[in-house]
Design a binder for this molecule. Sequence first.
Ligand code: ATP
Ligand code: MG
Length: 649
Amino acid sequence: LLGAIGVKIPTRRFPFAFGRLAQALAEVAQVSAYLSPPEPPAPPPLPEPSLRIEAVSPPPALVEKANLRDYAEAYRASLEDPGAFFGPFAREFIWERPWKEAYDPQSRLWFKGGRTSAAWNALERHLPERAQQVALITLDGEGRLEKWTYREVWDLSRRLGGVLKALGVRVGDRVALYLPTGAEAALSLLALARLGAVHVALPVGLGPEALRERLLQSGARLLIAADGYYRRGQLVPLRPVVEAAVSGLDLPVLWHPRGSTEFLERASEGRPVEAAPVEAQHPLFLLYTSGSTGRPKGVVHGHGGYMVGVAWALRYLFDLRPGEVFHTTADLFWVVGHSFGLYAPLLLGGTSLLVEDRPDHPSPPAFYERLGRLGVDVLLTSPTVLRALRRHGEARPTGLRLVGSVGEALAPEVWRWAQEHLAWPLDNWWQTELGAPALATPLPLPAKPGYVGVPLPGVEARVVDAEGQVLPPGAKGHLVLLRAGPAQMVDLLGGESPWQRGLYWTGDLATGDEEGYFRILGRTDEVIKVGEARLGTAEVEAAVLTHPQVAEAAAIGVPGEEGEEIAVFAVPRNKDLPQELKPLLAEKLKAHLLRHLGPVNPPRIYFVESLPRTRSGKILRRLLKAELLGLDPGDTSGLEEEYGAGKAS
Ligand code: ATP
Ligand code: MG
C-alpha cells in the first residue's frame, strides 16, 4: 500500500509501455489513500487567494512570436482613443462606405455610418490570395472528414443564398436554424449573412416546446432543420421534434436529411447572390444565452463591430496567424461557435475545424490524435472538456500552441493540467452579450492560475458593491464593465439591459488584485452566504478540485441552521468507487475543504456520477439546488439531454 506510507506514484511520467502497470499501481495507491489515517487538525485559514497565487510566465518561444507585442501600451491606447486604436485594424476589412465615428460612447455603437458585410469579409476578401486554401474542415458524426476551400465555401454559400432568396428571404428577415455543427450549418449562416438576413441558430436537442417558443419569439420566417444529429456515435432523430414544434405555425422548413447530400446538392443549384453590404449595426444574428441563471435571453449582434471584435481577439489574444488551423470544441450554435468556429477564423483567412460529435468521442486519445493529424495550432475549449480529459488521465502530444478555455471558471488544478499536458492555457471570460473575450491573459503577460486575467483593449472593468462603489483589491463584489469592446451586442430580446446606472452588470462575482488581474468567483446570484463569509461557487469548486480523487464538483448554498451551508456535489475520479469507501472519502473531502476555505461549517458532500449541464457545457447549479430542496427548477430547456437524474449518495 504505497500510497498509505506516503509514496507518490508519478503515473503520468511512466513511459508509455509501462502505462498499464502504472495504472494498476495507481489504483492500488488510490484505494489505499482512502484508508490512510485521518488528516491532522485544520491549520489556520490561508491568506487571501490573491496572495497565494504564483504568476507563471509563458514560454519565451511563444512570447517572441506573439502577435500582441505590448499589452500595456495597446491597452492604454485603446482607452485613450478607441477609434484610433481599432480603426487601423478595422480598415483591413472591406467597407463599402467608411464609418463616420469609430466609437460613439453615447449609443455604445461601433463604426456608425459604415457599411460592410461580415460574409463578404469572410469570403470574397480572401479570393485573390486564398481561393485554394482550406477554409473549413468538417468531421460529421458518421466520421466523414471533408475539406472545403475558400472558393468552395464562397461558391456554395452564394448559391445557397440564391435558394434562400428564392424561398422569400430578404434583408433583415430572421431565419432559424436547427442544425448540428457541420458544413450545412456553416454554409447556411454565411448564406444568410450574405443576404443581410438575420440567422437565429437554435441548439439541436432543444425539445419541441422550447423550440416552438424560440421560433415564435424570434419571429423567424423560415426554419432550416436537420432530421437528425449525432451524439456519441448515435443518430438522434429530430424530425418529430421539428414537426411538433412547427405544427399549426405558418413556418416553412428547409430540410437537411442526414445520410444524404440532398441539402448541398440543392444548394449548388441555386443562383449565386452577391453579398449585400449593410449598416455596421445591422443585425447579423440573434442568439440565445445558455440559460444558466434562468430563461435564455436573445442577444443581437451586428456586422461591423462584431466582425472587428472577434477578428481582433483571434489575432491578438488567441494569436492565430494566417493559414493556421483553429479549432473550437464549442458547437456552432453557441456564441463561441459563431465567433470562433466560423466568423473569426474566416475573417482572418485561417482554417477552422468543425466537429459534430463530442470532443472526447469515441475516446480522449482519438481527440488528441485528431488534433495532431489535422495540424490544429490553437484550440478553444471549455473547463468541462478539460476536466473530462484530465479525468481520463494521460494526454498525448498534440502539437497545439495554445489552448483557450471559456464558459466557466478554470480551476488552478485544471489550468496546471492543461499547461503540462496540452499547451499554454489561455483562460478568457466573456458572455454571449459581449460577442468576444473581455477579460483574459494575453501573451506576453504572465498567467495567474485561477485568475482569468486583465481587461482586453477596449474594455474597462471594476469590482463594485451593490451600489456601484468600487471595491479595493482583494474584496469580492460585482464584476461590472465601464465600457465593452467592438463585438458587444447591438440589441437584446426578452431581458433587461445589463447597462444600468452607467455600468454593465455582468452578473458575475469577482475579485481583483493589486496588478489589475481579475478572478471570477461564480455568479452573484449563486453566492454562498456562510456566517460572515461570502463564497463564490467557483472558489469552493476550485478547492474541491485540488483533491486528487475528485474529477468534477459543483457547490451550492442551502439553508442551514444559521445562514447557509455549503453543499458539494462531487464526481469521484474513480468511476467505480466502491460504495463503502464513499463515507471515508466524504470525511476526507470535508477536512480538505475546511483547510482551504477556513472556518466555515463542514460542507455537506454528495457523490454523483455526473453533473447537470447546459447544452453549452456549464454546470446547472440551480437544478442541483432545486433537486436537493425539492423546489421548482424553473426553465430547464437548456439542460443537456445526457443528464440522468443526478443520483446523489
Ligand atoms: P444566462 O445568461 O442565460 O444565465 P449564461 O450566462 O451561462 O446564461 P453565456 O453567455 O453562454 O450564458 O455565458 C456567460 C457566462 O459564463 C459568464 O457570465 C460567466 O458566468 C461564465 N463564464 C464565461 N467564461 C468564463 C471564464 N473564463 N471564467 C469564469 N466564468 C466564465
Ligand atoms: Mg449570462
